[in-house]
Each structure stands twice: as structure tokens, then as C-alpha cells.
Ligand binder design. Structure first.
Ligand SMILES: Cc1ncc(COP(=O)(O)O)c(C=O)c1O
Length: 468
């Protein structure tokens, strides 16, 4: 992974603001900031100061009589003591409740339906197992997610297999394990499937269609726009559908569409239905995932109900009533169910105050890859009205290794626990060993008890793949 280009380009927003306030030209610039007063506090964060940081933590989180954050009824300091830091804490009840909400809300609007969790958002066997226990299927993108899904006890018939570059081995795994639906992204998928499916058997497939819809989100997580690398434009899709319909090894079951991720309004989802409906009537329509999660005070993602009112409302207009509808939520299913706890390693005060913690882009790449803003607080002093505005940075050798760029923390000092909410999506899955860090553990917390579901990597794990 090469992030080195970022070192010269990215200067945290708060640092740029400090330079501006000092009458300097910011040394590196990406986006002009709107912040003037306060020098280093992003507008969104300042606007939100009246709001409770607690509201960004998993539902059911609270602060005990001593002012300590509790997730799943467990004190943050006790979790940190027992499991070390950084640690990813999942509120199991919140996770299960969200899964049920999705299933119930979809079934209420389209009874012949299925929710499949987009495993890529949190491909941890324990999380996939929760989804299976709650009656969901799993979307798997690649062999590794197939392996963990099977270990989680999923019925392979409830798996939906994705990928824009599925290799021979993955296609063979999908066929061998009897995966319910393989989503064909390109003609080479069809070649590979036809070669892999044994005589006398057939494989059900969907075809992924580019709906030509854009949405207000980071360009790196848009997928349904014209020119996307995922799926096929409608005309090419129609051709491939005709080929699949002639195949003796494949059964054409339906269509798939996915607009993108962290989408905070409902229109793009609704707009993606008509383009696929125009390709004809099929037994199955997979309408993807993409609903946004709440990371900051100012984020206002639609509720699952509002999202489905729009999406299924449009589906009723365009899709055959007897068809099965599948949804693939990832981010909105898991983001808010977890938080990460870090220990402050050093506080460097100057024109800017840097609070450096013991994790960073090794356990949260969302900031570096998508400019995602997170909030943070000191776990034992969460609700700070007039904290010191700081940049929370990680321990990695990149200036782009910023966890929160401009956030008010209450008198941060070495040894404090910093809690970052809404880290349930795409953090675990993009974790890496940059600078030889060990990937962090995952804890399930519920009802005041906690259990380790993924252990911290060991130093030995870092050597485990060496062959000399
Ligand atoms: C095909 C597909 N389905 C579902 C998802 C889940 O999206 P999200 O996590 O935004 O809900 C993704 C993520 O990019 C995807 O590529």
C-alpha cells in the first residue's frame, strides 16, 4: 500500500486553518476551508457542539455516575484495561437490532424479499454469524469472505457473490460450495462460470447493471455512474443477458444494481430502479446497499424506513409484483454499532495541538481514503463544551494519518482514553500492518459483559508468512 504521495499533499484542515489565522498561505491545500473563527475547528464540528457526542456512539451507550463512557453496558476504561488498546468495541444488541430493523422494514413493504449483509463492511466471522442468526443472507466479495461466511454457518444458498474481477479460484469456490447467486459483472465471469459448472448442474446468476445514476458522496465510493468499473451499461448488459439465457450451465435469475456508499439522500436509490426495469422482467432484483451512516453531528442519514419508502415505492411502480427483492446494506448496518478506543501516547502543544494515539490508519483507513470525518471524545470526560481544539493523529509515518482533524477534547493528556464512535464499517476490513502494527482486536459488549471475538495480532503473526 503506497500512501507516500499523501505526505506532501495533505495538511490537516486544522493545521491549514492555523496557518491562515497566522496570516500564512497554507503549505498544502486540498479544499478551501470555511472556518475562520476558532482557527482550527471544522464548521460541522462547531455547529454540533450543542449536541451530545454520546448520540454518535452505539445505541444503548451511556455515561456512568463517574462520567465514564459505557458501550454495551461495559465501561470503556475496563475494556481498555482487559483487552488493551486500540480496541474495536461492538455493541452486540445494537448490531442485532439494526439487522432486525432492516429485515422487518423490508418485509413490511415487499414481503417476497431478503436482506443480505454486505460482508465487506465488517467481514468478521462473529459479525457474519450475528447476521445469519438474525435471518439475513450474506453478500460476499471474494474467496476470503466466502470462507468466513461459511465458518459463520451460513446456508450457501443465501450467499450472493460479487466482484468485478473474480478469478478462476473464486468462481470455482462459489460453484463448489453451491452459492445461491453469482452476480455477473462482465463477460469473462460468464466464460469462467461456464467452464466451472459441472455437466448436469446449473448456477443461478444476476447481471450487474450500471444505472447511470450519480449521488452526493465521495467519488471513491460511487459505483453506479456512467463509466463505473462495476457492472455493464444497459446495452452491454442486455447482450450478456441474451447469452446467459442461451447457456446450458447458467440460469438467468435477475438483475443487480448498486449506486455507491455513504449516500445521505434517498433519490439516487429510487432513480436506480427504472434503468434496470427497462431491461425486462425477471424473478429477482437485487437493489444493492449504500445508505449512509451518521458519523458527525451534522450527518442526517435517512432512516431505514424512509429509505425503503422511497426505494420500494419506486420498485412498486417498475418491478413485477411477484419478483423477489434483495437488499445489500453494509455501512448503514454496522457503522454505528461500534466504537474504537485508543490510548493517548503523546500530546504536542504548539500553534497546533496534536494528540497522538496508539492506532490510526492501521485500523481506520476511512479518513485517508474517503476523507470521512469522525468525532472523538475522552472516554472519561465525554461531553466537553469548551475543550481544547486538537488534531487527533495516529502513530503511522504519514502526515495523512489523521483520525480527527479539529475536535474539542477536554484537557487531553498522556494516558487518556480517546473514544471514536461509528467505526463499525470498513475499519476492520481495511486494517493493515503498516509500520508493523498488529491488527486490533474486536470485542462484543452486551448487557455489561464483553467477549473477545477477534484477538489482537501477535508479534509472531507478523512473522508467520515468512518462508526464509
Ligand atoms: C455490490 C455492493 N453491494 C453492497 C455494498 C454495500 O454498500 P454500503 O456499505 O454502502 O451499504 C457494496 C459496497 O460498496 C457493494 O459494492
Amino acid at each position: 500500500m503506497d500512501f507516500h504521495h499523501r505526505e506532501s499533499r495533505i495538511l490537516p484542515r486544522a493545521a491549514r486553518d492555523v496557518q491562515r489565522c497566522a496570516g500564512q498561505t497554507p503549505t498544502a491545500n486540498l479544499v478551501p476551508t470555511t472556518v475562520a473563527a476558532g482557527c482550527a475547528m471544522p464548521e460541522g464540528a462547531r455547529m454540533g457542539r450543542g449536541e451530545s457526542l454520546l448520540s454518535l456512539f452505539p445505541p444503548g451507550s451511556d455515561v456512568d455516575g463517574e462520567g465514564m463512557l459505557r458501550v454495551g453496558g461495559c465501561r470503556a476504561d475496563a475494556l481498555a484495561e482487559t483487552y488493551g488498546t486500540p480496541v474495536l468495541v461492538v455493541a452486540e444488541d445494537a448490531l442485532r437490532a439494526r439487522a432486525r430493523e432492516y429485515v422487518d422494514e423490508l418485509a413490511a413493504r415487499w414481503p417476497r424479499s431478503r436482506v443480505v449483509f454486505a460482508s465487506k463492511a465488517f467481514p468478521c466471522t462473529a459479525v457474519q454469524r450475528v447476521m445469519v442468526e438474525e435471518g439475513l443472507g450474506l453478500d460476499v466479495a471474494g474467496g476470503g469472505e466466502i470462507v468466513t461466511a461459511l465458518a459463520a454457518g451460513v446456508d450457501p444458498a443465501l450467499l450472493v457473490h460479487h466482484g468485478n474481477a473474480k478469478g478462476d479460484e473464486e468462481i470455482a469456490m462459489a460453484v463448489e460450495h453451491g452459492i445461491g447467486l453469482v452476480v455477473v459483472d462482465n463477460a469473462d465471469d460468464v466464460d469462467r462460470l461456464e467452464a466451472a459448472v459441472p455437466a448436469g448442474r446449473t448456477q443461478d446468476v444476476l447481471v450487474r447493471v450500471i444505472p447511470g445514476v450519480t449521488a452526493e458522496t465521495h467519488a471513491h465510493v460511487l459505483t453506479g455512474h456512467a463509466g463505473s468499473k462495476f457492472g455493464l451499461e444497459p446495452r452491454a448488459a442486455a447482450e450478456l443477458i441474451r447469452r446467459i439465457e442461451r447457456s446450458r450451465r447458467l440460469t438467468m435469475r435477475g438483475l443487480h444494481v448498486h449506486v455507491g456508499s455513504q449516500i445521505l439522500d434517498v433519490e439516487p436509490f429510487a432513480a436506480s430502479v427504472a434503468p434496470i426495469a427497462a431491461l425486462g422482467e425477471f424473478p429477482v432484483y437485487d437493489l444493492g446497499g449504500g445508505l449512509g451512516a451518521r458519523y458527525t453531528y451534522t450527518d442526517e442519514p435517512p432512516s431505514v424506513a424512509a429509505y425503503l419508502d422511497a426505494l420500494i415505492g419506486t420498485a412498486r411502480e417498475h418491478l413485477p409484483a411477484e419478483a423477489e427483492v434483495i437488499l445489500e446494506p453494509g455501512r448503514s448496518m454496522v457503522a454505528s454499532a461500534a466504537a474504537t478506543l485508543y490510548r493517548v501516547v503523546t500530546v504536542k502543544r504548539g500553534a497546533i495541538t496534536f494528540v497522538a494515539v496508539d492506532g490510526g490508519m492501521g485500523d481506520n483507513l476511512e479518513v485517508a481514503l474517503f476523507d470521512q470525518r469522525f468525532e472523538a471524545g475522552i472516554a472519561g470526560r465525554l461531553e466537553t463544551a469548551d475543550g481544547e481544539v486538537v488534531i487527533v493523529v495516529g502513530r503511522h509515518c504519514e502526515s495523512g494519518d489523521v483520525l480527527v482533524d479539529g475536535v474539542a477534547l477536554d484537557a487531553p493528556r498522556v494516558g487518556d482514553l480517546v473514544a471514536v464512535p461509528a467505526t463499525g464499517a470498513y475499519c476492520f476490513t481495511m486494517a493493515n500492518n503498516y509500520n508493523g502494527t498488529r491488527r486490533i482486536p474486536v470485542i462484543f459488549a452486551a448487557g455489561g459483559g464483553a467477549r473477545l471475538v477477534v484477538r489482537r495480532e501477535s508479534w509472531a503473526d507478523l512473522l508467520a508468512r515468512d518462508v526464509v
